[in-house]
Ligand binder design. Structure first.
Ligand code: PGA
Length: 256
C-alpha cells in the first residue's frame, strides 16, 4: 500500500523565527502520526532552522526549487547538494508559480528532476492544467506533455523515487478545489502514464498528491479516494492548527 504524504508548501512566507516556532508546534501535534509522511517546505532562508527544529521528529523538510547544476555561475540559484546540507530531504519541482514567474518549461523541470535524484533528494514534481486548458477539454493533452517531457529519459528505478503533485492551476490559491472525483480522474490518468512509461510496479507504487485549495474541511473527501495519495497544501499549511488538522484528517478506513 502506498504511504500517504501530507506536504505544506509555504511559498514566500515565514521568517526564520516563525519557522522554528511553527515546527516546534507541529512536532507536538504530529508526534503520534504514522498513517502518512509529513513534509514542510519553507523558503530557502529558513531551511536550516526548519531542519534543526524538526530533528528527532518525523517531520521532513523540502526546498521549493533547485538549480540543475552542482555548482557554477548561476546568481541566485541553489543546488541539490546545498539543499541537502541545509537539511532538506525533498524538493518541489515545476510548481505552476515557477512556471509562471520564471518561465520554467518541462525541459527545465526534467533537468532539475535529474539533479534532485542525483543529489539524493526526493522530488515532488508538480503538473496540472490551467482553467483555459480544462475548459478546452485539453487536460489529458497537458498531462501527456508535462509527463513525457518532464520525465523523459528516466529509468524505472529513478521514476520509483518520484512523488507527483497534481495541481490544477485554477484551483491554486483560489478557494476552488477540484472535486475528489475530478482529482481522482487525473490521478488515474497520471498513473496510467506511469504504467505505460515505466511499468506496472512503478505505477502502483507512485504517490500522487493533490494540490489546490486543500483545507481541513475538504481533506476528508479528497482522502476518501484511493487514487489520492496525499496533499500538497499552500495557504492552509501556514497555520499550524490548520496544517495539523489536514495531516490528522479523519480516517475511517485505515489505521496505518
Ligand atoms: P493552495 O496552494 O493550497 O494555497 O491552493 C497549493 C500549492 O500551490 O501548492
Amino acid at each position: 500500500m502506498r504511504r500517504r504524504v501530507m506536504a505544506g508548501n509555504w511559498k514566500m512566507y515565514k521568517t526564520i523565527a516563525a519557522t522554528s516556532a511553527f515546527i516546534e508546534g507541529l512536532k507536538a501535534r504530529v508526534a503520534s502520526v504514522d498513517h502518512c509522511e509529513v513534509v514542510v517546505a519553507p523558503p530557502f532562508t529558513a531551511l536550516r532552522a526548519a531542519a534543526e527544529a524538526a530533528r528527532g521528529s518525523k517531520i521532513r523538510i523540502a526546498a521549493q526549487d533547485l538549480h540543475w547544476d552542482r555548482e557554477g555561475a548561476h546568481t541566485g540559484d541553489v543546488s541539490a547538494g546545498m539543499l541537502a546540507e541545509a537539511g532538506a530531504t525533498h524538493v518541489i519541482i515545476g510548481h505552476s508559480e515557477r512556471r509562471r514567474d520564471h518561465g520554467e518549461t518541462d525541459e527545465v523541470v526534467n533537468r532539475k528532476l535529474r539533479a534532485a535524484l542525483t543529489g539524493g533528494l526526493t522530488p515532488i514534481v508538480c503538473v496540472g492544467e490551467t482553467l483555459a486548458e480544462r475548459e478546452a477539454g485539453a487536460t489529458r493533452q497537458v498531462l501527456d506533455r508535462q509527463f513525457e517531457r518532464g520525465f523523459a529519459g528516466l529509468t524505472s528505478s529513478e521514476f520509483s523515487h518520484i512523488i507527483i503533485a497534481y495541481e490544477p492551476v485554477w484551483a491554486i490559491g483560489t478557494g476552488r478545489t477540484a472535486t475528489p472525483e475530478m482529482a481522482a480522474e487525473s490521478h488515474r490518468y497520471l498513473r496510467e502514464l506511469g504504467r505505460r512509461g515505466f511499468g506496472e510496479t512503478e505505477a502502483e507504487g507512485l504517490r500522487i498528491l493533490y494540490g489546490g485549495s486543500v483545507k481541513p474541511d475538504n481533506i476528508g473527501g479528497l482522502m476518501s479516494e484511493n487514487e489520492i495519495d496525499g496533499a500538497l497544501v499552500g495557504g492552509a499549511s501556514l497555520d499550524v492548527e490548520s496544517f495539523a488538522a489536514i495531516v490528522n484528517y479523519p480516517r475511517a478506513r485505515s489505521a496505518g
